[in-house]
Design a protein around this ligand. Structure first.
Ligand SMILES: [Zn+2]
Length: 281
């Protein structure tokens, strides 16, 4: 066999300096979800979060997980961590992913979409912050009618320009709210469950009969705010929004309590919301 005319210098396998390789993006279980209380690595890994299409202001993926039970017609969107300093809300969403993946004794099959942390930039701050990286309260940034008139005046007069409650310059100005808005348009949920803390109550906006309790949380409808998800989804889009206010921002309820809340949610969905999935919206 003829010798090759030219043989290049042998390249050692490590010739490329390590710094030239693109930095590996840390996965959700090495970054955002590590901030959440009572979320073990095992639970996080099993949750199978996907980066999805959305990014925060700082470019963190808005991790999402779909759990679709066979034959599901009912679509339910569960969202936590819209306020970055309500860490327990993301934890409960993560525990509910695990429950949704268990073989179901549900009254009806459900297509779940979980967004456990909508505001990862706020969660990642030390200490965690309610608002996103642009200083916007994401739960005042949804396009309710007359937002331009009401959101700013509410902020100025009712909150006295509380920087924790700034609604932003315009509705959907933030990538995080745009992502959730897109999910509402494409996924077309029949029900939205928004998890917050720390007021220890249950709130409800929209049609249908609200659940009277989830676990130890009882219904106490506290009114609506310009630009809030409950106002936008429940009042103006006709999608029922269950807002859960956990009793503590930094600690989750006990596992048994999180499970009881989940079972109460399923039972209410079976009793009152069964028509939602059959409406074929
Ligand atoms: Zn909140």
């Amino acid at each position: 066999m003829a010798m090759p005319l030219w043989a290049g210098p042998a390249k050692p396998p490590q010739a490329r300096p390590a710094a030239a390789a693109p930095a590996a993006q840390p996965g959700p279980c090495d970054s955002v979800m590590r901030r959440l209380p009572n979320v073990s690595r095992t639970l996080c890994t099993a949750a199978g979060l996907q980066p999805g299409s959305g990014r925060s202001v700082r470019g963190v993926p808005l991790y999402t997980r779909d759990v679709r039970q066979e034959g599901a017609k009912l679509r339910v969107l569960v969202m936590g961590g819209i306020h970055g300093d309500e860490l327990s809300s993301g934890s409960v969403a993560m525990h509910w992913i695990a429950l949704a993946m268990q073989p179901a004794q549900m009254p009806q099959p459900v297509h779940w979409r979980f967004v456990p942390v909508l505001n990862p930039d706020g969660v990642m701050q030390q200490p965690p912050r309610r608002v996103n990286a642009n200083g916007v309260d994401l739960n005042r940034n949804f396009p309710t009618p007359d937002w331009e008139r009401d959101a700013a005046s509410y902020w100025e007069k009712r909150t006295r320009k509380d920087p924790r409650r700034w609604p932003g310059k315009q509705p959907l100005s933030e990538p995080e709210t745009r992502y959730l808005h897109e999910q509402m348009q494409s996924f077309k949920p029949h029900l939205i469950v928004a998890i917050h803390a720390p007021y220890g109550v249950l709130d409800f906006d929209g049609p249908s009969v609200p659940p009277s309790k989830l676990g130890r949380l009882y219904l106490d409808q506290v009114g609506i705010f310009p630009g809030s998800l409950g106002n936008y989804g429940g009042v103006h889009k006709g999608v029922p929004v269950v807002t859960i206010e956990l009793p503590n921002s930094m600690r989750t309820p006990l596992d048994a309590e999180m499970r009881q809340m989940w079972l109460d949610l399923l039972r209410w969905m079976g009793e009152k919301a069964v028509g939602m999935g059959n409406a074929g919206r």
